[in-house]
Design a protein around this ligand. Structure first.
Ligand code: HEC
Ligand code: CU
Length: 263
């Protein structure tokens, strides 16, 4: 690992990360030694029997809204992209067991003046999360087998309006998506609802036009934000295409949107 050799400008993100990484590994020397002693990562059981399926589910639920990790299909942008953070260090020979120690250290002691909350996970849960992240960061390909199905994905089955009610559900595992990206309604006044069991703060808003991930105009209506429960809004729909989407920062760009066809 390269530490402070001047190849990245002083104070740059890359330089800072490498420095912090070195510091954290130094401070966690004992943990690191333990992590190295227990090596080897199978598909489902990680080092020292960490449960990678639980680790993935918990990562998506507790970390994915802020962090991008390609293998977990999370696209949060509040915190650094974890594939990018560890890419250089792995290329320079950092072991994945050491990544695991860094992740555990960061969750136990996030920057007190930073955005990452303290106490997100501990004990076996943290160890499962860290094992999954360590196996997954900057890893080519996608998860297979039981790991691939550990987190529900978006369905192609549209939400269909019935008697003036159109019901959506936020991805229950915490991914930045609704459970479908298609909806159908008849013209008129429609009460749109979004149930959210994920614990991640979302809302639902409706915009005219088939606009995908990018906002084109002001929404015609928006629900309140909730992390658990059901939020609703009432809109008047004309025949045509609309986009439904979440207004939490970064969520639409991450894929939390779909197309509503009114006819
Ligand atoms: C509310 C948003 C948020 C959540 C939730 C969150 N993080 Fe973070 N995370 C951040 C931010 C912002 C940083 C940048 C440094 C800081 O503020 O501490 C960060 C930094 C990190 C880093 C260090 C990256 C580096 O540059 O060295 C790791 C590793 C990390 N987070 C892992 C996790 C894990 C694992 C979880 C879930 C248990 C998690 N984070 C949950 C926002 C978040
Ligand atoms: Cu959202």
């Amino acid at each position: 690992m390269r530490v402070g050799d001047g190849s990245a400008p002083a104070g740059s993100r890359q330089e800072r990360n490498t420095r912090e990484l070195a510091w954290r590994i130094g401070a966690g020397g004992l943990l690191l030694a333990l992590a190295i002693a227990a090596s080897g990562c199978a598909a489902v059981k990680g080092a020292d029997n960490a449960n990678l399926i639980l680790g993935k589910q918990q990562f998506v639920a507790k970390c994915g809204a802020c962090h991008t990790l390609a293998r977990a299909n999370t696209k949060g942008i509040v915190g650094p992209n974890l594939d990018a953070v560890f890419k250089t260090d792995l290329a320079e020979g950092l072991q994945r067991d050491a990544v695991r120690t860094v992740v555990e250290g960061q969750v136990q002691n996030p920057n007190p003046s930073g955005v990452m909350p303290k106490g997100l996970a501990s004990g076996a849960t943290l160890s499962d999360i860290a094992a999954y992240v360590a196996q997954s960061v900057d890893a080519p390909g996608s998860d297979t087998g039981l790991l691939a199905s550990a987190v529900p994905t978006t369905s192609a089955k549209p939400a269909v309006e019935k008697a003036g009610k159109l019901a959506f559900e936020a991805n229950p595992s915490g991914q930045l998506s609704y459970t479908t990206n298609k909806a159908e309604a008849t013209p008129g006044t429609v009460t749109v609802s979004m149930s959210n069991m994920s614990g991640v703060m979302h809302n639902i808003a409706i915009e005219e036009g088939e606009n995908g991930a990018t906002q084109k105009r002001a929404p015609i209506g928006a629900s309140s934000f909730i992390s658990k429960g059901t939020a609703t809004l009432t809109v008047k729909l004309k025949p045509g295409k609309y986009t439904f989407f979440c207004q939490a920062p970064g969520h639409r760009a991450a894929g939390m949107w779909g197309t509503l066809t009114v006819k």
